[in-house]
Design a protein around this ligand. Structure first.
Ligand code: ATP
Length: 259
């Protein structure tokens, strides 16, 4: 069953079309890895699905994505988009994932708090619950943001570069958690590092203004060329690795910093 159906969707900023004529369906058990060059429109695609940017064309959300008026989409923003100065605790950040309940005015219930605490505990950061969000480490912040994204038991979880700025330990743990979550929710994950995500996601969506869904989690160089995806397959020691090709003006040029 499709949770999201996009038909001929375009999004423009001041006349510049960041994504064009997108046709994309997201099924209820999908795990899509969204890749593409810097500025290719990955975040814009996510924002279009979330309904936070004006678009042309049609974006249809299935009734299964709603519980009453609450929209069952969990979202983990890029760390850089999250305001660390916001004067709230880690626990409150997690609880704020419940604000999608429309007309939500009352204070959080005891069950809400218990659920938030249980999520913090299962991600190993229960002791940070009372700390201001601005004072925890990047890895702890990412764990809190993931807990926030799933506290409402969404049917669709969208993550924008969730492994940016974090250690390998969190990355591995994150992918294990996502694999488990994918047994009962669809996942869309934006990432630069297709070398890693191909082993995690089921299928790949390439975004370079145009959007192409590949019915596989493995892409050949030829496919990437045909779809106009500026990706390069390179080899690192014994492990073949796939990274985004450098683009002039990216501000980074060695492969490790592209990750
Ligand atoms: N609010 C905005 N106003 C004007 N232009 C924007 C805005 N947001 C994005 N853009 C432009 O739209 C294009 C796509 O941006 P977007 O952030 O969706 O790309 P991205 O693939 O997510 O990039 P990155 O990999 O760098 O995060 C870029 O050219 C960007 O400069």
């Amino acid at each position: 069953m499709n949770l999201v159906t996009m038909r001929d969707v375009s999004v423009a900023y001041d006349g510049y079309e960041a994504i064009q004529h997108v046709d994309l369906e997201i099924g209820d058990d999908d795990f899509l890895g969204v890749i593409g060059p810097n500025g290719g429109g990955k975040t814009t695609l996510v924002k279009a699905i979330l309904g936070t940017v004006p678009h042309t064309g049609e974006i249809c959300l299935a009734p299964e994505l709603f519980r009453g008026k609450e929209r069952l989409i969990g979202y983990m923003p890029q760390l850089s988009d999250f305001d660390r100065e916001f004067p709230i605790s880690v626990l409150e950040v997690v609880l704020s994932g419940l604000q999608g309940r429309r007309g939500f005015r009352s204070p959080y219930t005891r069950e809400d708090r218990e659920k938030a605490m249980a999520l913090l505990a299962s991600s190993g950061i229960a002791e940070t619950a009372r700390q201001p969000i601005g004072e925890v480490s990047g890895g702890q912040m990412q764990r809190a943001l993931l807990a926030r994204a799933v506290i409402s038991d969404p049917k669709l979880l969208i993550l924008d570069e969730p492994a940016n700025f974090v250690d390998n330990k969190f990355e591995k743990e994150l992918y294990r958690t996502l694999h488990e979550l994918n047994t009962h929710m669809a996942i869309v994950m934006v990432s630069h590092d297709i070398g890693t995500i191909t082993s995690v996601v089921k299928e790949i969506v390439c975004v370079n203004r145009r959007v192409h869904r590949h019915r596989s989690n493995v892409l050949t160089e030829e496919q990437l060329r045909n779809y106009d995806c500026p990706i390069q397959l390179v080899s690192h020691g014994h492990i073949p690795h796939t990274v985004l090709e450098h683009h002039p003006g990216d501000g980074c040029c060695d492969h490790d910093s592209v990750r």
